[in-house]
Design a protein around this ligand. Structure first.
Ligand code: ACO
Length: 323
């Protein structure tokens, strides 16, 4: 049975680090407020002129190096992003060109903070259906470009970055023992558009707009929906919470992460947390956390990972991957 196996990962963070203290010098906030509400201490912000595709290209190159491959061996590339370089062409085609990938096809996926889960599910589907044999899956964002830097309730929460994972077709047994994507679950509900959105776009204002959020409402949905979708994906794969080695959640807020881990029966020692250093990097946050934990040796071959995320739409989802 064909399965999609992860064979490498990588990430990239812009050089510039902005601490809570630095923000507190510019707007009416404090390190204490940001840390106790969210767990965030610092975030990386892209340099002037540094685009989402630049971050994605750096992450993709790191993943290729990690897998010992060249771009010519890829036959598909998916970029999850809500902050594309341009309305079109897709950021993915810019990345395809940037890494020197002459074959195959590339496209973007837009599911905001759930984007990486959506991209992984689609890449898995391409492999299972025989459309592609080796797929680069990237989450990349420059949320700093769509923040209202005078709105203290949102601008302190986000950061920029990119992470990438390469999936490859491999023979498996079809059981949860396979080192592969074991199951994915996707959901969305457009009835909640107004609690998290960007106030612009090509067919409305013609401008990029700014991120707007009703934080408390988003929080309320997140803790319920993430717990449900974590349970759903484990049931789908026939896996118990006790078998998980790591939860690699979307990194929006430490309190949401703690609540989801508790409901899944996982101690925080089994949760990869990077939100303190990266802030919320939307679609990039899961592959950034994954790649960080692979690089520092926490995630090892054969480990069972639960990934989950929720964002604007609302759109949410989960994936089980045996690394
Ligand atoms: N610094 C200081 N004070 C602030 C700040 C700030 N940066 N931001 C807001 N405040 C003030 C508010 O003005 C308010 O003051 P008031 O009581 O005088 O009116 C007070 O702090 C409380 O504000 P709330 O918004 O009620 O604060 P809350 O405790 O709900 O925390 C937060 C806000 C952190 C945004 C929280 O609601 C949250 O984490 N929500 C989830 C949001 C999230 O994670 N979104 C991302 C998920 S989806 C995605 O990833 C795109």
């Amino acid at each position: 049975q064909v399965r999609a196996r992860a064979i490498g990962c990588g990430h990239y963070l812009p050089e510039r680090v902005v601490t809570n203290e630095e923000l507190a010098r510019r707007i009416d906030t404090s390190d204490e407020w940001i840390r106790t509400r969210t767990g965030i201490r610092r975030r990386h912000i892209a340099a002037e002129g540094e685009k989402t595709s630049d971050l994605a290209i750096a992450a993709a190159r790191a993943a290729l190096a990690n897998a010992g491959l060249t771009a010519s061996s890829l036959d598909a590339l998916v970029v999850a992003t809500a902050t594309p370089d341009q309305t079109f062409p897709s950021t993915a085609t810019r990345v395809q060109y940037g890494i020197g990938m002459p074959n195959g096809f590339a496209f973007d996926i837009q599911a905001v903070c759930a984007g990486f889960i959506y991209a992984l599910a689609n890449a898995n589907g391409l492999i299972l259906s025989g459309q592609a044999k080796r797929v680069m899956v990237i989450g990349a964002e420059t949320f700093s470009r769509i923040l209202d830097w005078d709105d203290r309730s949102t601008c302190v929460l986000f950061g920029d970055g990119a992470g990438a994972v390469i999936l490859e077709a491999a023979e498996g047994t079809g059981t949860a023992a396979d080192r592969a994507v074991l199951a994915t679950c996707l959901h969305s509900d457009g009835a909640h558009n107004r609690i998290l959105y960007v106030s612009g776009g090509p067919s409305t204002t013609g401008l990029a707009g700014h991120l707007r959020m009703e934080g408390k409402e988003v929080f309320r949905h997140a803790v319920v929906k993430l717990a449900e979708v974590a349970e759903e994906v484990m049931a789908k794969a026939g896996v118990e919470g006790g078998e998980l080695d790591w939860m690699v959640p979307h990194q929006a807020n430490l309190r949401i992460i703690e609540s989801t881990a508790k409901k899944a029966g996982l101690p925080m020692s089994k949760v990869v947390v990077t939100v303190q250093d990266h802030g919320n990097t939307s679609a990039a946050s899961i592959p950034l956390a994954l790649s960080t934990a692979v690089a520092d040796g926490r995630i090892k071959p054969g480990h069972l990972l639960l990934m989950e995320g929720i964002g604007g739409g609302l759109a949410w989802g989960s994936a089980l991957l045996r690394w």
